[in-house]
Write a protein of this length. Sequence first.
Length: 331
Amino acid sequence: MTIILSRGDVEGLVPMGDVIDAVENAHADLSRQTAAQPAPTSLSLASGSAVFLPMSAMADRQGVAAVKFMADIPDNAARGMPVQRSTVLLLSQRTGECLAVIDGQTLTRQRTAAASAVASRHLARPESSVLGLVGAGNLAIEHVRALTAVLPVTRVLVWSRRAETVQRFRDRVAEFSAVEVEVAPSVEHTVRESDVLCTLTPSREPIVQGAWFRPGLHINAVGAPPRADHREIDSAGMGLASLFVDSLATSNLKSGDLLLARKDGYVPDDKPVVELGDVITGVADGRTGAEQITLFNSVGLALQDLAIGALMLAAAQAEGRGTVIDLSSAS
């Protein structure tokens, strides 16, 4: 039998702490080679700007395989519709049965914030208390929930072009956290004042400059779509930082932040780029000094979706949420 889980079914279904732990384990499993995560392909045509990405993964821990089909459709902005949409399928690794079909919006937002939290737990200075956010949408709200779970955050600096977006951000954060929220006057101010910085914009051109980085900063570069010509961090910033990624194979194809910095000569081919899972398992070093600048470039993995999707499936079954159908039925 297959469970269909809508956005409403999965909202608030799994606590953020459990999501963070699941994402951390997924990266560790990738390092230990008990999970498979091939680099995704992409589908596009000259007739339009839409890009579709089928992303797949399989893991022994959950005993499932997953496919996430993500659509990146820039024209949707003018239609008043989400630019990115996705659906996740979970299948039994043993029998191939389709176990669940899950709307990807909430899942993607949670796993992205959880990945930033995992990276910050392993790469940021443990005493980091000032969280800077470039962008104030739903992903920023989820990042406050995730980052305050792993670091002693007492102050949040947030910047957005739209005052109404910032006000909504403040109202939503106040519903679950007493952390101090301060509206930043500029991106530069946000960067210079932060201990941990999260960039959360669908930017095509760099919005953050390395010249603003201060010693000891940790950056989670999260927002740019997985396209080779989109980036949030300028080449100088990528060159200054010690670089960490969720997957080398995926980043070498899809990360504009990394690829454009290499093209510009700021990230030589021999500069180390380390997978987060290898830091978690101790195969590679993470932060090695208080003044080191670290940067986690997140392009997103189907393995993260698999891990959280499995949590959602179990929780939905326990609570009786979702719609159950028999896909194999002949009637």
